[in-house]
Write a protein that binds this ligand. Structure first.
Ligand code: FUC
Length: 812
């Protein structure tokens, strides 16, 4: 496992910190000096959607194609889901529960699943899909074909740019989604000539939801599938459903008004609006459904989009008013001010972490060419770029005030996205937030916190109507309307731990940035999630303790066609963690409810321990069913939750269970769907197996799992792999579990040198570290003055006390 001989490292706590601002200044200088290594760039315009470059401010997103004669900017607004407020809870559910449990106790799993199907599934047995907000199409006249073409996405400024030359005129375009201004800004300029173009809007034509069945079972193959979904090329401006109106709004703007669609019997309840205002020189003339721009050298387009969504129960907002106000405020500011305001808001978060793996020199190849050969050729810089892109994507799709990052983050081309583009909470949404803390962008968790607060209300109805229980819960999916009832059928949906697992991201935010006010905010959520299990854990029929029932081990079958069971390993691990976080919060806050704490403690002790089966494998279920389960290489590795993201099973405390986890992972194989590959990567990393992790990472970065725009390929596009991969790569460098920080615990030989600044660890600590020739050179810590921090490097564990400035430094 060890790739290098570890040298002991000298502790010089408090030394050399006479210039506390210096390190930070140096980081910024490095970041600025390495612009190229912080860009995705291409020599051609985007063809398919997965070649276009994403920008987003959490709420408002755009995909930039950089096309020469017909520019396409595809828009998203994060509340533009189908349907409206609804109560999905099945009134027959509670009455059937005792019988379902009795069938499970009698090992009649198939019969139990049939009864669940007939009585317990949500109404409807699906949830509302996420939509697209249409395209802006800019049809240029007189541009034949560009030379000196280049387009790029600068992660440091969060601006997507295109430049080319045609007939002696140089064209440049910049696109960004501003957080302070809440608009997408498109800046077009020409030097040595003028621009003549028509600006139009196109909405993806409505398709029938649910025509394609994207259930997990059908996508177990790992071959790259072509995108996109609904679009036909070439695009024609103003093609749209009849329900949509498009008209001039004032002297220089277009206003688009529409309604969301109904789905699965849930009526349309949202109105939405998009307003595009054109400012600049030349003549700007609205013509009903398009804007004509002639003879211009500089044009700024301000794009606002909004829906009438206020919250999951209130759709009374006025989107037209909102988009008019947003564009009017932005129109009052010069472009330079809009741009600098945007860049500042982005960099204050983005620049908290910088990372170099391998050499400092920028790679001379365009990004798509690096991805194309990433599986065969080592490219450490691409791994570093993947981390910064992951941070960029989370900052762009989950900002305070926005919706959480969905299955596609924020970006969705069509009206029928895979799995509805909603929130699958049996791994996918959780994985989206894996990097938030270590990558030092904890603010991105705020939308998830609000979603859990909503679920604690809607999920309380599901807990009481479905289980007769107190507290709140959610099954394996939710949507904009915070539906919490089980969907899709027993094989996928009848799983009670979705809400509990979401609590991990909330707890981790506290653990990485301890703050009492925040803990007080999440405590009722933890307590409510725990209460549900206090009320619903039942005695295992074979006397092994307290178990969840009915449940599944997401989304794996233990016998052909049957997943229904009681007490799978993952549930026991999640409930053990949940009760543990709740008890810690209870103790920290001196919540007087000691009877509740005692009950949690007692029930926690009665959760059956993890088990090792006949093959030496970590058992997925309470029974030793693994060897006979029909999908030996199933993408989910639910029972390894205990290894990562949890720390219940770890190399220090439970080596025999780690050995069993490895047996299991070897059976499952290294390459799976995008997110499942990222999970395998995180697992081998957590177990300290740097070379194995590196081999898996090569597969994740290669063209089968990464599209040309670096979006993760399930396939199709699903963003969780980007986030899981980001967290795992950082985990190869710095780990934080078991009360210790482990540095370079899974450093592969292929990365002999590098440095990271600003990675975070539990306990409110921030680290900078440098390594070369495979060895740690120096490490700096920042945290609370006087705080002690345990750092492990190789076999050596050192306790550091932070000085009066909250700093410590060690040298290799
Ligand atoms: C889970 C996974 C699938 C897919 C879907 C969105 O059901 O099993 O692979 O990622 O979520």
């Amino acid at each position: 496992m060890e790739t290098t001989t570890r040298r002991s490292f000298m502790i010089t706590a408090g030394l050399a910190m006479a210039f506390p601002g210096l390190a930070r200044a140096a980081v910024q200088a490095t970041t600025r000096g390495a612009q190229e290594s912080l860009s995705l760039w291409y020599e051609q315009a985007a063809g398919p959607w997965v070649e276009a470059l994403p920008v987003g401010n959490g709420r408002l997103g755009a995909m930039c194609f950089g096309r020469i004669a017909q520019e396409r900017i595809q828009l998203n607004e994060d509340t533009l889901f189908a349907g409206g407020p609804y109560d999905p809870n099945n009134p027959a559910s509670l009455a059937a529960l005792p019988q379902v449990r009795a069938l499970i106790d009698a090992d009649k799993f198939k019969e139990a699943a049939e009864l669940i199907s007939a009585t317990m599934m949500g109404l409807p047995n699906t949830q509302m899909p996420y939509g697209a907000a249409g395209d802006l199409l800019l049809d240029f006249q007189g541009i034949a074909g560009g030379t000196a073409y280049r387009r790029w996405l600068d992660l440091d400024t969060a601006i997507a740019s295109t430049r080319f030359t045609d007939g002696g005129t140089q064209y440049k375009r910049e696109v960004f989604a501003s957080t302070p201004a809440q608009v997408v800004v498109i800046r077009l300029s020409a030097s040595g000539g003028v621009m003549n173009f028509d600006l139009g809007y196109r909405h993806p034509l409505e398709t029938n939801y649910g025509v394609t069945d994207y259930t997990g079972a059908k996508i177990s193959s790992v071959t790259a599938a072509p995108m996109p979904w609904d679009y036909r090329e070439p695009l024609r401006a103003n093609e749209r459903p009849s329900s949509l109106s498009l008209r001039a709004d004032g002297a220089d703007a277009l206003l688009i008004e529409g309604r969301n669609v109904a789905a699965a019997g849930i009526p349309s309840a949202l109105r939405y609006a998009v307003r595009v205002q054109a400012l600049g020189d030349g003549t700007i003339t609205p013509h009903g459904d398009r804007i004509e721009v002639r003879g211009a050298t500089t044009i700024t387009l301000l794009v606002a989009a909004a829906t009438s969504y206020v919250n999951y129960a209130d759709v009374s907002g006025d989107p037209v008013k909102k988009v008019r106000e947003q564009t009017a405020v932005a129109a009052g500011k010069p472009y330079a001010q809009l741009r600098s305001g945007h860049v500042r808001a982005h960099q204050v978060l983005f620049r908290r972490l910088s990372l170099r793996i391998g050499s400092d020199a920028a790679d001379p190849r365009p990004t798509n060419k690096r991805i194309a050969i990433a599986e065969q050729q080592p490219d450490p810089g691409l791994a570093a770029l993947y981390v910064q892109y992951g941070r960029y994507l989370l900052l762009s799709s989950s900002r305070p005030g926005s919706q959480p990052a969905n299955l596609q983050g924020l970006w969705n081309e069509g009206t029928n996205p895979p799995w509805g583009g909603k929130y699958t909470i049996n791994i996918n949404t959780q994985m989206n937030y894996w990097p938030a803390q270590s990558a030092n962008i904890g603010e991105c968790v705020e939308p998830l916190l609000r979603m859990v607060e909503d679920l604690s209300v809607t999920g309380a109805v599901t807990a009481s109507k479905g289980y007769g229980a107190r507290g709140w819960m959610a099954h394996h999916n939710t949507d904009l309307w915070r539906a919490a009832a089980p969907i899709d059928g027993p094989l996928w949906g009848m799983w009670p731990c979705g809400g509990a697992w979401l609590c991990q991201a909330l707890w981790d935010h506290y653990d990485y940035r301890p703050d009492e006010a925040y803990l007080r905010r999440i405590y009722p959520l933890l307590k409510g999630a725990s209460l549900f299990f206090v009320d619903t854990l039942v005695e295992d029929a074979k006397g092994r303790g307290l178990v969840t029932s009915p449940s599944i081990s997401p989304e794996n079958q233990h016998h052909e066609g049957v997943a229904t069971c009681a007490g799978p390993a993952m549930d026991r691990q999640i409930v053990r963690d949940l009760f543990g976080w709740t008890l810690k919060a209870h103790a920290l806050l001196n919540d007087g409810d000691d009877a509740f704490a005692a009950e949690l403690q007692a029930k926690r002790a009665r959760l059956p321990a993890d088990r090792v089966g006949a093959q030496g494998q970590l058992q997925e279920w309470l029974e030793d069913w693994d060897a006979g389960a029909p999908e030996q290489q199933h993408r989910h590795v639910s029972h390894l939750y205990g290894v990562y993201p949890s720390e219940q099973i770890n190399v220090r405390d439970t080596p025999e269970l780690i050995a069993a986890a490895k047996v299991m992972l070897n059976t499952r194989g290294d390459k799976s769907t995008g997110w499942a590959t990222a999970w395998r990567l995180a697992l081998w990393t957590r177990m300290g197996e740097g070379e194995r992790a590196y081999a898996i990472l090569q597969g994740l970065l290669g063209p089968e799992r990464t599209y040309p725009n670096m979006f993760d390929a399930h396939p199709p596009f699903q963003i969780d792999g980007n986030f899981g991969g980001t967290a795992a790569i950082l985990e190869m460098l710095v780990q934080s579990w078991g009360g210790e920080i482990r540095v370079l615990a899974a450093l592969p030989q292929a990365w002999p040198e590098g440095s990271v600044r600003g990675v975070r660890a539990r306990g409110g600590v921030e680290l900078d570290l440098d390594w070369s020739q495979g060895r740690l050179q120096q490490l700096q810590l920042r945290g609370k003055p006087g705080q002690t921090v345990k750092v492990r490097y190789g076999e050596r564990l050192t306790e550091l006390r932070l000085d009066g400035n909250g700093r410590a430094r060690t040298q290799g």
